[in-house]
Design a protein around this ligand. Sequence first.
Ligand code: FES
Length: 150
Amino acid sequence: MPVRFTGDPHMPLLWLLRDELDLVGTKFGCGMAMCGACTVHLDDTAVRSCMLPLARAAGKSVTTIEGVAHTPVGDAVQRAWVQLNVAQCGYCQSGQIMSASALLRENPAPTDADIDAAMGGNICRCATYRRIKAAIHFAAQTLRDARPGR
Ligand code: FES
């Protein structure tokens, strides 16, 4: 849905999402774009919304954890997360899913090294990294299996 905002263009995107639009699935973590909890997609790119000024989002499409399952990749990633019981406390996981979805959209068959490179900025204090990696591989396989012509 289009959103019109007439306030401070320097305000971080995360503030608009959580405080004005009540899209609270995106989390505030470090506030310095260092932990990845606030990751959303700006057009198709994963970005840290806690440091992204609204002016940079003007005219662009923003996808949050609330909407990412409306894409085949986002849906496959979320289903993989549930299937493999990835979350522990869960706080970081919306950001993890957004980064994983952006990775799989660009690279449908990532190696472990690709995953490490793409997900390295998403911190999990519960150390669910092994399950995250397994879920990304699981989602990638699910998407490959669903391709037409197989
Ligand atoms: Fe607790 Fe990642 S599941 S911080």
